[in-house]
Design a protein around this ligand. Structure first.
Ligand SMILES: NC(=O)c1ccc[n+]([C@@H]2O[C@H](COP(=O)([O-])OP(=O)(O)OC[C@H]3O[C@@H](n4cnc5c(N)ncnc54)[C@H](O)[C@@H]3O)[C@@H](O)[C@H]2O)c1
Ligand SMILES: O=C(O)CCC(=O)CC(=O)O
Length: 361
């Protein structure tokens, strides 16, 4: 008898606490569960009042606090954080912030092997993955290591209501990009695709929710954060492909903002892989609240006003040739449609200025 399902899927343990207000009460008990008394706190102080509320009950257990977090984790910053962890003999790491704070915590865990409790304040999803990233001499390296995957994740939507609208939207598109990459990844599995489609549905719902009335922002954050769980879990299974590879080359080399770069590039890599995506309709279209997946994605960009060109997020015309060459140096990149050097040039040129360089892939 012919069967259709044949795959392997590594199941992973982990603890997720979800709910408005959960971060305020959870951390002390979670440190107890991990048997840790001396914690390093990595905190983005963008929302200082929230940070104070969460960390107040922990005052005597936080032995060192780092607040200078930067995207793509510069190696110098990672080394300073590792030295601080060693000097204070820390037994656990708590991160409160977006992917930048989580990333610095991961850089420490990579060499010290102590558990991370992650309290995310964006939709980046790094808290769900075993992927670390470090940048040295304008070159970003990434790798997988189970030591960096947070043991506890606390999703508290209250913490995300202070995100500026533009940052929140870009970050939600970053979550959407994790889902898309999973759909076409060579390492994808039926389990990963299930997470990805669920993530797309929740993120689409969240991006389409209005704000303004009391409680709207919290409900939107809750919806997007729930979608982030599926998106990050999907990405953790399959890892980086063409889309993430381009973003990480551009982020490391030109310091482009991470979530915004993902946002601007996604429609172009999706168009490049449209044939694979077409094979998933109507499930993908349904998740995007549309009857056609290409139209559904376009409508989401139109509804949110999200950027769709690399020049909108900071790449300059004079940097474009270097960007193309840097991505070409990363070939081969696994992708359902073969990625040639010419295809990289065409894709990035179209993504740089889609209006001037419009063409159908
Ligand atoms: N390893 C992984 O699996 C993975 C996945 C996604 C992203 N990342 C990494 O994460 C980094 C990007 O993360 P990001 O997009 O979350 O950006 P970020 O952490 O730099 O945050 C973006 C901006 O939002 C602000 N901010 C964060 N939370 C806030 C809040 N609650 N209220 C107000 N302002 C707030 C920050 O101060 C910052 O200015 C990159 O370095 C990227 O490589 C890693
Ligand atoms: O492969 C990538 O670039 C995506 C994961 C990532 O952003 C790594 C990191 O910086 O932590």
């Amino acid at each position: 008898m012919q069967t259709r399902l044949h795959y392997s899927h590594d199941t992973v343990g982990g603890r997720l606490l979800f709910g408005a207000g959960s971060a305020r009460d959870a951390l002390s008990g979670e440190l107890d569960r991990l048997g840790a008394t001396r914690a390093l706190l990595v905190a983005d102080v963008a929302a200082p009042d929230l940070l104070q509320r969460i960390t107040e009950p922990l005052a005597d257990r936080i032995v060192v606090t780092l607040t200078d977090v930067r995207q793509h984790v510069p190696i110098e910053q990672a080394e300073a954080a590792r030295a601080a962890a060693r000097d204070h003999d820390v037994e656990a790491i708590i991160t409160v912030g977006g992917g930048s704070a989580t990333g610095l915590g991961k850089a420490v865990a990579l060499t010290r092997d102590v558990p991370i409790i992650s309290v995310p304040t964006t939709y980046a999803g790094s808290e769900l993955t075993p992927i670390w990233g470090l940048t040295e001499a304008r070159r970003k390296s990434t790798g997988r290591d189970e030591r960096v995957r947070p043991k506890v994740v606390v999703y508290d939507p209250e913490l995300l209501t202070s995100l500026p609208a533009e940052v929140a939207t870009a970050s939600a598109f970053n979550a959407l990009a994790h889902c898309y990459e999973t759909l076409w990844a060579s390492a994808t599995t039926p389990v990963a695709r299930m997470y990805a489609l669920e993530g797309i549905e929740w993120v689409t719902t969240g991006l389409r929710m209005s704000s303004g009335a009391v409680g709207d922002d919290l409900r939107r954050a809750e919806t997007l954060l729930h979608g982030t769980y599926f998106a990050g879990t999907a990405f953790a299974i399959t890892g980086s492909g063409l889309h993430h590879k381009i973003c990480h080359v551009l982020g490391g080399r030109f310091g482009l903002p991470h979530a915004q770069t993902h946002t601007a590039l996604l429609p172009h890599v999706a168009a490049f892989n449209q044939e694979t995506l077409d094979g998933l309709d109507p499930r993908l279209a349904h998740a995007l609240h549309a009857s056609d997946s290409r139209e559904g994605l376009a409508a989401l960009y139109a509804a949110t006003g999200a950027p769709q060109s690399l020049q909108q997020v900071g790449l300059t015309a004079s940097q474009l040739p270097e960007a193309i060459a840097a991505v070409q140096e990363s070939l081969p990149i696994p992708n359902p449609r073969p990625v040639t050097a010419a295809a990289v040039a065409e894709l990035l040129t179209a993504a740089f200025d889609p209006v001037r360089n419009h063409h159908d892939h």
